[in-house]
Design a protein around this ligand. Structure first.
Ligand code: ADP
Ligand code: MG
Length: 329
């Protein structure tokens, strides 16, 4: 289990991380979501003892990372944002080196084979790391984190710079690892965190902006009142008809997707579900409704909503804010 209490990092006047607290239970996958510069890497670096904190505490399995770093670090497999690879080593040579560094007591050959099989790098074990693609380098980075079978994995933006197929592979692997590891994973991509994590912490400007289960957070940011509809028929007439829906705020025709078929972006006042009205209009005019989906919220949308307190309720964030006010009072 990981316990973080009031963790803070200042670089001079710069408050990179300010008073962050959370816990991660055994076997949980926690997602750390935030835009670039939010403080994700700084927090992970403090958790793993890579840098020291200005104040606050991080406990790994009850061991304080600053009081007993060797013991605390032995529980952690860390994949930093820039994987610490020695480019002139072969994959196998590098993992053997890591095995020694970690003073691993497991049967060397069998354990390294297991790690390489899991991360699917067995085929490239004799290759120099510098000659590997970005995706393979990332897997070697993940492999070094797995050496010595640490119960806790901390992965900083593990899919950055990978192509969609590689992203899917790494995600699948992380999910698999999550079955018998405690994982903290950072990303600046909402959909990625949603796909993998049980719980999400949104961090912005070094503070926790929201903290909830993935399901609750998705529910809170779900957007029945924002819809993308693909409709066949006369564009201008369709726009006019859609603008008559009760509670509609705006309607915008997007590009022509198929001959005579446009996508329309609709937004109504929050809390209004306009799907039935949309269907009714399409039916009445005999305009085939070819697709209809919730407009996905971008990370920016989520942040704007959270920081401006508009439209969505993040109960836990409010509790935390109240608790903080209480502390100060
Ligand atoms: P993230 O990983 O979420 O992109 P970081 O934790 O890397 O964010 O950075 C958080 C903030 O702290 C950023 O504004 C960054 O510029 C600043 N920062 C990070 N490291 C240092 C450092 N060594 N000295 C000064 N500022 C830093
Ligand atoms: Mg980072």
């Amino acid at each position: 289990m990981i316990e973080v209490r009031n963790l803070t990092k200042h670089y001079g006047d710069k408050h990179a991380v300010n008073d962050i607290s959370f816990t991660v239970e055994d076997g949980e996958i926690l997602g750390f979501l935030g835009p670039n510069g939010a403080g994700k890497s700084t927090t992970m670096n403090m958790l793993t003892g890579y840098i020291s904190s200005t104040s606050g505490q991080a406990l790994i399995n009850g061991v304080d990372i600053l009081e007993d770093p060797i013991k605390a670090k032995s529980f952690i497999g860390y994949l930093p944002e820039q994987p610490p690879l020695y480019l002139d080593m072969t994959v196998k040579g590098y993992l053997n080196y890591i095995f020694d560094l970690k003073k691993c007591k497991l049967p060397r050959k069998a354990h390294l084979k297991e790690v390489m099989d899991l991360t699917k790098i067995t085929d490239v074990q004799e290759r120099l790391i510098k000659n590997l693609s970005k995706g393979y380098k990332q897997r070697v980075g993940l492999a070094q984190a797995l050496v010595n079978n640490p119960p806790v994995l901390i992965l900083d933006e593990p899919t950055v710079g990978l192509d969609p197929k590689q992203i899917l592979e790494i995600r699948t692997l992380i999910k698999k690892l999550g079955r018998n590891h405690t994982v903290i994973l950072s990303s600046h991509i909402l959909s990625e965190i949603q796909a993998v994590c049980d719980r999400i912490i949104i961090i912005n400007h070094g503070v926790v902006a929201a903290h909830d289960t993935t399901d609750n957070l998705s529910k809170n940011v779900s957007t029945d009142h924002r819809i993308i509809a693909r409709i066949e028929g006369p564009k201008d007439e369709i726009v006019r008809a859609l603008r008559d829906i009760d509670g509609i705020k705006y309607v915008k025709a997007d590009m022509e997707r198929e001959p005579g078929v446009y996508e329309y972006e609709l937004e109504a006042v929050p809390g209004t579900d306009i799907r039935r009205d949309l269907f009714e209009i399409a039916r009445r005019h005999d305009w085939p409704l070819l697709a209809c989906r919730s407009a996905e919220m971008t990370l920016e949308d989520v942040f704007l909503k959270i920081t401006m307190g508009e439209g969505i309720v993040i109960p836990n964030a409010e509790d935390q804010a109240d608790a903080k006010k209480g502390e100060k009072a």
